[in-house]
Design a protein around this ligand. Structure first.
Ligand code: BGC
Length: 766
C-alpha cells in the first residue's frame, strides 16, 4: 500500500468514527430531550387538580359554545373555552390566536388548546370526496392531497383533523360510504396509511404537520340495514379480516388519534368497548396515542342502554380508555367525583391526561402555543395555484368511465350545439361534496362552467336544469325536448345532491332521486346521443341508464376543480383511468354486495334453479369492483409465475405483460386477485392482493411484476390462529375484478405464523 492510499484509508476511518460519534451524540441528545419532555409532563400532571385534568379531557365545539372577546371573568365564553383541552371547529389564524390566548392566560397552569376540525378532503381547496379519490387507486396521490390539506388547515391554525375515515362499507344505503375508501380492506389499508402519512408530512416540529384520526373504530360501516348509527353484528373473523385491517394500517403508519364509532359490536357500544379499545388497540397493537370520542358518543351510552346516568357513562368510557369526551361535557362534570369516590382510578385519568398533554407537546405547543396561528402564513397558503392544480389532477384521476358504447366519448370541442341538462350541472355546493371544511361554492368550478370553458367559440352551450334530485317537480322536463331539437349531444348531470350522502343520510333506494327518472326517460326519447355524468356519494343502482345511455362517467363529487376535470375527460384532454373501489348493484335488493364474497354450496349457475341467485334480477353486479374503462384498450398476457410449487415461506413473483392496444396514451391499474381453492375454512372467491398503475403510449407494452409471500396466503383458521395452509391457489390479473386471466400455483407446506403480519401493502411499507 502506498502513502496516498494509507492516508485516504486513515481519513476515511476518521470520518467513519466522527460520524459514529456524532450519531451517538445525537441519540444521547434525543434520549435526554425525551427524558426532559417526560419529566415536564409528569410535573404538570403533578400540579393539576382533578378538575383541571377533567378539563384537559374535554373537547368543546365552537358550534355549540359562544366565542368572542372576553369581557369579564364571569363571561360564559370564558367558561366555555377554558373548561376544555381542545376545541372543535375553531380555525383561522387570528381566531385561534385569540382563543389560544384565552386558554393560556385563562388557565392556572397555562396549558394550550388543541384546535381540531373535520378536514376530510381538503380545507379551503377541496379535493375529491374520499370515495372518489379511492377510485384513482393511487396511494401516493392520496398522500399528496392529504399533505396539501394539512398545509392549508395548519396555516389556518388547526392542529388536528378527524380524518382519515377508514371504515369499510359494503352496503351503499349507508350514507357514510362517501367518506371512506370503499369496500376492500387491502385498498382501504393502502389509502389509510397514505393519508396518515400525508397529514403528518415531515412531522413535528414542522408546523404543517397535522394530527390525524383514524375513525370510526370499528365496523361502523357494517351498520345493519345500511342504517346510520345502527348495530354491527358480525363475526370476529370478519372483524379481523375486513374491518380492523385499515385501522391496523393506520396505526402502523403512525396515526395520532383514534375515534370510536357510534355503533356497537357484540352488544357493546364502541365508546364503552374495553375489549376492542384497550385490549385490541392499545395492548395488542401498542397504540400509544389519544382516543377521542365521537360527537357526544359518551352520553349516548345512556340510550344504548349500558349506562343509566352520565356519571356511569363517563366511567365506562374512561375505563375503556376513551381519553377525550367530544362535546357531551360528561367528563368535565363527572370525572373528579368518580376519582374521589374511588370508582375510577387516579392512574386511569392520569393516563388519559398524559396522552393528551403529550400530543400538545409533540406539536411544540408548550414551547410556543401560537406556533400554528400565523396570519401571514395563512394569507399565503390557502387556495394557491399549485394546490388547485393538484385538486384538478386528483379530480381527473378519480373519474371512472363506466360505459362508452361506440366510442361516443371523448366529445369534439367543435360541436355546433351541446345541451347540458340537470340541476347538478350548475350546483357548486354539491360539487364540493359533504364535509367540505372551509371550501366555498363560489370558488368551485361546476360541470356547466367547466364545459363552457372547454369548448371552442363555435360551440353553443345551452343549459336546461330540467329536474333536480331534491324535487319531484317534472315541469322543467318538457323544455328538454325543445332545447335538443338541433343539438349534437346532450350531457346530463344526474345523481344526488351533496346532502344526500354523508352522516345520517341513509337511503332505502339507490335509484336516481327526485324527478330524474322522468328526465332520463325524456332524454332517451329524444334519440340524441346522451352522456350521463353521475354526481353521487355512493354507488347508485341505475340499470335503465346503463341499458339506454351510451356513455356514463362516474364523477362523484370532485371538489373545487370538479368542472375542469369533468370537461378534461369529456373532451379527451385527459384519458379516464379510475376504477371502482366499490361494487355497483343492479338493484338495492342486492346489498350488501361486494367482490370478496363466498362461493356458497350452491354457486349461481345457469342450469340449477336452486342456486344462490335471485328470481327477479341477475345476481351479478351492474359494475364490478375494479371496473373502469379508458379511451384506449389494454391487452393482457397470461400471468407468468416464478414457481409452480413453493414452501410457505418462499416468495412468488407474478408477472404479466400489458399492452396498450388502442390509439391513445392511457393509464391502467393492473389488479391482482388471489383465491385459495380449498382450505380448512371457506375463502373469498377473490381477494385483492396487489395493484400497480402503468402509463402506456399507443402500441407500447410493459411487464408488471408483483411479489407475493406468506402474508398473501395466510388465513385465520377456525380457531382464529394465523396459518398458511398448503393447497392450490388461483391468481387472477386484469383491469377489473371480473377478469378471467388466471394461473395456478401450489403452496406445498403449512405453518403457523407468528404475529399479525403487516396490514400495509408490501409496496407501501417503510
Ligand atoms: C361524526 C364524526 C366527526 C364528528 C365531529 C360526528 O358526528 O361522526 O365523524 O368527526 O362529528 O365533527
Amino acid at each position: 500500500m502506498d502513502w496516498t492510499h494509507l492516508a485516504s484509508a486513515i481519513l476515511l476511518g476518521m470520518l467513519i468514527v466522527a460520524t459514529w460519534l456524532a450519531s451517538i451524540a445525537q441519540a444521547n441528545e434525543r434520549t435526554q430531550k425525551s427524558q426532559e419532555d417526560a419529566a415536564f409532563i409528569e410535573r404538570l400532571i403533578g400540579q393539576m387538580t382533578l378538575e383541571e385534568k377533567a378539563d384537559q379531557l374535554t373537547q368543546l365545539s365552537v358550534l355549540t359554545i359562544p366565542t368572542g372577546p372576553i369581557e369579564d371573568a364571569n363571561d360564559p365564553k370564558k367558561i366555555g373555552t377554558s373548561k376544555a383541552g381542545s376545541l372543535l371547529g375553531a380555525y383561522g389564524a387570528e381566531n385561534t390566536r385569540r382563543l389560544q390566548h384565552e386558554a393560556v392566560q385563562g388557565s392556572r397552569l397555562h396549558i394550550p388548546q388543541l384546535f381540531s376540525f373535520d378536514v376530510i378532503h381538503g380545507f379551503r381547496t377541496i379535493f375529491p370526496v374520499p370515495l372518489a379519490e379511492a377510485s384513482a387507486w393511487d396511494p401516493y396521490l392520496s398522500q399528496r392531497t392529504a399533505r396539501a390539506a394539512a398545509v392549508e388547515a395548519t396555516a389556518s391554525g388547526l392542529h388536528w383533523t378527524f380524518a382519515p375515515m377508514v371504515d369499510i362499507a359494503r352496503d351503499s344505503r349507508w350514507g357514510r360510504v362517501i367518506e371512506g375508501a370503499g369496500e376492500d380492506p387491502f385498498l382501504g389499508a393502502a389509502l389509510a396509511a397514505s393519508r396518515v402519512r400525508g397529514f403528518r408530512g415531515e412531522g413535528p416540529p414542522d408546523t404543517s404537520s397535522i394530527l390525524s384520526t383514524a375513525k370510526h373504530f370499528v365496523a361502523y360501516g357494517a351498520a345493519e340495514g345500511g342504517l346510520d348509527y345502527n348495530i354491527s353484528d358480525l363475526s370476529e373473523r370478519t372483524l379481523e379480516e375486513v374491518y380492523l385491517t385499515p385501522f391496523r394500517a393506520a396505526v402502523e403508519a403512525g396515526v395520532d388519534t383514534i375515534m370510536p364509532g357510534f355503533n356497537e359490536v357484540d352488544s357493546m357500544p364502541m365508546h364503552a368497548n374495553r375489549k376492542l379499545l384497550k385490549q385490541k388497540l392499545r395492548d395488542e397493537w401498542d397504540f400509544q396515542g389519544v382516543v377521542v370520542s365521537d360527537w357526544a358518543g359518551i352520553r349516548e351510552l345512556i340510550p344504548h342502554g349500558v349506562a343509566s346516568v352520565p356519571r356511569e357513562a363517563a366511567r365506562l368510557a374512561l375505563n375503556a380508555t376513551v381519553d377525550i369526551d367530544m362535546v357531551s361535557g360528561d367528563y368535565n362534570a363527572e370525572l373528579p367525583a368518580l376519582v374521589r369516590s374511588g370508582q375510577l382510578s387516579q392512574d386511569a385519568i392520569d393516563g388519559a391526561v398524559r396522552r393528551v398533554l403529550q400530543a400538545k407537546q409533540r406539536l411544540g405547543l408548550f414551547d410556543d402555543p401560537y406556533r400554528y396561528s400565523d396570519p401571514t402564513r395563512e394569507k399565503t397558503q390557502l387556495l394557491q395555484p399549485p394546490t388547485r392544480a393538484l385538486a384538478r389532477e386528483a379530480a381527473q384521476k378519480s373519474i371512472v368511465l363506466l360505459k362508452n358504447d361506440d366510442a361516443l366519448l371523448p366529445l369534439s370541442k367543435n360541436l355546433r350545439k351541446l345541451v347540458v341538462v340537470g340541476a347538478l350541472a350548475n350546483d357548486g355546493v354539491s360539487s364540493l361534496g359533504s364535509w367540505s371544511a372551509d371550501g366555498r361554492a363560489s370558488e368551485s368550478i361546476t360541470v356547466l362552467e367547466g364545459i363552457k370553458r372547454a369548448v371552442s367559440p363555435m360551440t353553443e352551450v345551452v343549459y336546461v336544469p330540467a329536474a333536480s334530485p331534491g324535487s319531484t317537480d317534472i315541469s322543467g322536463i318538457e323544455e328538454v325536448q325543445r332545447a335538443v331539437v338541433d343539438a349534437d349531444v346532450i350531457v346530463a348531470a344526474l345523481g344526488e345532491t351533496a346532502d344526500m350522502s354523508g352522516e345520517a343520510r341513509s337511503r332505502t333506494s339507490l335509484g336516481l332521486p327526485g324527478a330524474q327518472d322522468a328526465l332520463v326517460a325524456q332524454l332517451i326519447k329524444t334519440g340524441k346521443p346522451v352522456v350521463v355524468v353521475l354526481m353521487n356519494g355512493r354507488p347508485l343502482a341505475i340499470p335503465t341508464v346503463d341499458e339506454h345511455v351510451p356513455a356514463i362517467l362516474e364523477a362523484w363529487f370532485l371538489g373545487t376543480e370538479m368542472g375542469h376535470a369533468v370537461a378534461d375527460v369529456l373532451f379527451g384532454d385527459v384519458n379516464p383511468s379510475g376504477k371502482l373501489p366499490i361494487t355497483f348493484p343492479r338493484t338495492v335488493g342486492q346489498v350488501p354486495i361486494y367482490l370478496a364474497r363466498k362461493n356458497t354450496g350452491r354457486p349461481p349457475s345457469g342450469t340449477n334453479a336452486y342456486a344462490s341467485s335471485y328470481i327477479d334480477s341477475k345476481w351479478t353486479a351492474l359494475y364490478p369492483f375494479g371496473h373502469g374503462l379508458s379511451y384506449t384498450t389494454f391487452t393482457y398476457g397470461t400471468p407468468r409465475l416464478s414457481k409452480q410449487r413453493l414452501a410457505f415461506d418462499e416468495t412468488l413473483t407474478v408477472q404479466v405483460d400489458v399492452q396498450n392496444s388502442g390509439q391513445r396514451a392511457g393509464e391502467e391499474t393492473v389488479q391482482l386477485y388471489l383465491r385459495q381453492d380449498v382450505a380448512s375454512i371457506t375463502r373469498p372467491v377473490r381477494m385483492l392482493r396487489g395493484f400497480s398503475k402503468v402509463r402506456l403510449a399507443p402500441g407500447e407494452s410493459t411487464t408488471v411484476s408483483f411479489l407475493l409471500d406468506q402474508d398473501d396466503w395466510a388465513l385465520l383458521n377456525h380457531d382464529l390462529l394465523r396459518f398458511v395452509e398448503s393447497g392450490i391457489f388461483t391468481v387472477f390479473i386484469g383491469g377489473t375484478s371480473a377478469t378471467d386471466n388466471q394461473a395456478k400455483f401450489e403452496v406445498i407446506t403449512s405453518a403457523q405464523l407468528t404475529g399479525p403480519g403487516s396490514a400495509i401493502p408490501r409496496t407501501l411499507r417503510d
